[in-house]
Design a protein around this ligand. Sequence first.
Ligand code: RIB
Length: 292
Amino acid sequence: MLGSANLDLVFSVERIPSPGETVLATSTASHAGGKGLNQAVAAARAGASTTMIGAVADDDAGRVLRAVMHDADIDSRLVRLSSEPTGQAMIAVDPSAENSIIVAAGANATLTSLTDADRAAIRSAAVLLMQLEVPIATVTDAALAARESGVVVMLNAAPANELPDELLASLDYLIVNEHEASVVSGIDDLARATEELATRVGRLVVTLGSDGCELWEGGTLAAKLPARRVTAVDTTGAGDTFCGAFAAAIAEGADYEAAGHFATVAASLSVQSHGAVPSIPLRADIEAVLGA
Ligand code: RIB
């Protein structure tokens, strides 16, 4: 895993405020988060041996996040100590479980290059999973290093951004939601955006929230997987849970569709409780649903 780690400050609100509007929170909480850490925890809880490359500060938030990595059995020796403050996210969650997030990158933005030890870890991995909350040049560098060594390269293009051609060309899997598909492709219409992106990467996974996900391969729709019907209380980190669980399944040899089912179940479990890291299920929980 190469990616971000944030301390999430979560405000439960009756309504996400419009520009210029002030609303009162009904409750607040603070949780471990960050797309990189969420996905690393999801992979580790799904049973994958997980190493994290990232950056936090020697501050209270950094210590909380390091403790979370330790508790999840994530190897954090490649997580640098940054002089910038640990990343933070301000998250508003409404009663329909939707959220709105602002991230202050802090230490995550200092991940501007790879060390020899990072490269060695990447080359010895089965899967490299990344997102876009750390500098895109470092993501690209890591993808190229992984690709050269035959490591499976996955990118979750979140937060949405255009991707350099060399990064797109080095991916085995691109995982996007509907919004990210439009931004990455530069096409507003989801169907056209998906078809266009599917021709540019080997495998494209489009997550569709409560509608499940689509698995594309070689420009063709290989499978459409429904999501379980559940009562969602907080969707924060659901996409991250999907990505981490999916990577764990692919790393242990699951086929594309089985990995998609596993990840869809993991994400459906995560939306049933609050917070990003706290809501990520264990492998046993996922298997209990799959076996039911
Ligand atoms: O995807 C959810 C995550 O986005 C939150 O944990 C927050 O830290 C931001 O990175």
